[in-house]
Ligand binder design. Structure first.
Ligand code: ADP
Length: 493
């Protein structure tokens, strides 16, 4: 099959969150199955064109937007090609993408995001034609690509180049929908007849994610549990009805881990590598982590790590409610994150109260993220909701026990050790309240203090396999189904 993978961010070129990790790994896995894959993302200013030898392959394709033709260049990385069947292509339009950040600055989105990602979505059709890549599947990701299925069904259906093309959209987070003023219909140059509540409209505005859900041939999200949750009012963020209508083509496929990047036995970002055969490097990582975060090391003090976007989704209000009770548990906390200002202030307050117990870095630091996974004993994710969550799966490979709330992908991947000693791999609570969280942290710390052979458990969780292999097969089975071949889908889901 010829697969087009459309994404607003992709590792190693651009990243704000888990979607970038997924986009950097899943298409490679699909290519390894023998399919031809092209990954399209915008050429942001932050993309390191020198390092990856990213050069123009086609200049000035003209793309209709806002009643005029915009000139877009296609770039390609000549050096980064992990598999001969995959190409990483970039759509470049300086006016829209040569900015400091991907989506906005400070807490403010760029005001023309509708136009930026509208252009991105429309450009791909012109790019595919100009490079003569006839797609079987266009795989879209999140609201930034939600208009792609609309363009396919309502504009490019007339073009024989796309007559066999099917589209699919993966929802990585229901809370980000791309909601814009109605005049966006003119910017996108779509017929106003589509602006109705069954299609693109959402209470007087245009909703990019809804558009994708309605017009794509299939909809997926990133865990089985989240696929169920988003059809309820609590987690559907207002689109539960739309998803209910599309439930026959809605699938939950768990994200995987790229173990070439996230595995302590190959991780060159660590001061010392380690593996199941020799765990000594984990202790060195813990020492190095604490030093870096300005905390003293002691053998028996457990360290709880957090790496996160600082957003309401991630459940930090529970931590702030616990306040000093958190450090009274006897653990030390290392926290890496950036996001909402209010959380920055809260975390600074927490750190000021217990400077010897809390290490804090408010920013984005990939190397430190790796060190936290390796150097912590536990990893905390008390999320309000969590479509899949990657960090808990990374933690497992680094021998770091996740403490999670049982929602979405966290519920699908973590089994409580106190309930199941044989299969358990972490600690889990369900009710979203601070007392439950505290009890669960205390349970985890008791395990740390009392368990005689903790190494046995560390080794066991490091052996668990959350690689992309199985999930990539599910995606390709689904692509085949969309193209009329049903054979594998029933075996895999
Ligand atoms: P989400 O996509 O909701 O942000 P995930 O757990 O799926 O959450 O993925 C988060 C990814 O982003 C992980 O790779 C994590 O290590 C990384 N990450 C998040 N915040 C930071 C940060 N401040 N510095 C470095 N990496 C971060």
């Amino acid at each position: 099959m010829n697969i087009v993978f459309m994404t607003p961010e992709v590792v190693p070129f651009s990243k704000t969150g888990g979607l970038a990790d997924v986009s950097g790994a899943l298409p490679i896995e699909i290519a390894q199955e023998g399919h031809n894959v092209v990954v399209y993302s915008p050429l942001y200013k932050s993309v390191d064109t020198k390092r990856y030898n990213i050069v123009p392959v086609k200049r000035s394709i003209f793309v209709p937007i806002s009643g005029r033709m915009e000139s877009v260049d296609i770039y390609e990385s000549l050096d980064y090609r992990p598999n001969p069947r995959i190409r990483f292509l970039f759509l470049s339009c300086e006016k829209y993408f040569k900015r400091e950040f991907l989506y906005g600055e400070g807490n403010k989105d760029y005001p023309d995001n509708h136009e930026r990602f509208g252009l991105f979505s429309r450009s791909v059709f012109e790019a595919l034609k100009s490079l003569n890549f006839v797609p079987d599947i266009i795989h879209c990701n999140d609201w930034q690509t939600g208009i792609v299925p609309v363009y396919l069904k309502c504009i490019y259906f007339q073009d024989s180049f796309f007559s066999g093309t099917k589209s699919l959209i993966t929802i990585h987070n229901m809370a980000y929908q791309g909601l814009f003023e109605s005049y966006t219909m003119d910017v996108l140059m779509l017929p106003w007849s589509l602006f109705n509540y069954k299609e693109l409209e959402y209470y007087g505005k245009i909703n990019f994610l809804k558009a994708g859900i309605v017009f794509a041939d299939a909809v997926t999200t990133v865990s089985k549990k989240y696929a169920e949750e988003i059809r309820t009012q609590e987690y559907g963020c207002g689109l539960e009805g739309v998803l209910e209508e599309r439930k026959n083509v809605l699938y939950g496929i768990l994200n995987g881990v790229d173990y070439s990047v996230w595995d302590p036995s190959v991780d060159s970002l660590l001061p010392q590598k380690y593996s199941i055969k020799d765990l000594s490097g984990k202790k060195e990582c813990k020492k190095s982590l604490l030093k870096k975060m300005g905390l003293d090391y002691s053998d028996n003090t457990p360290v709880i790590g957090i790496i996160s976007r600082l957003a309401d989704q991630k459940g930090f209000d529970l931590l702030f409610e616990l306040n000093e009770r958190l450090v009274n548990t006897g653990a030390k906390f290392v926290i890496l994150g950036t996001g909402d200002k209010k959380y920055h202030e809260h975390f600074i307050g927490l750190k000021n109260k217990s400077p010897d117990r809390i290490g804090l870095l408010l920013g984005f630091d990939n190397a430190l993220a790796h060190l936290i996974e390796a150097g912590s004993d536990f990893f905390l994710m008390p999320s309000k909701y969590e479509p899949c969550g990657l960090n808990q799966m990374y933690s497992l490979r680094y021998g770091t026990f996740p403490i999670v709330r049982g929602v979405g992908g966290l519920d699908d991947t973590i089994i409580d050790l106190d309930l199941d000693k044989e299969r358990g791999n972490g600690f889990k609570f369900y009710n979203y309240n601070p007392e439950e969280l505290l009890k669960t942290i205390e349970r985890a710390l008791r395990f740390y203090r009392e368990e005689k052979d903790i190494e046995r458990y560390i080794k066991r969780i490091m052996e668990l396999d959350f690689s992309w292999t199985v999930s990539a097969k599910k995606y390709t089975a689904l692509y085949e189904k969309l193209l009329g071949k049903d054979d594998r889908i029933s075996q895999l889901f």
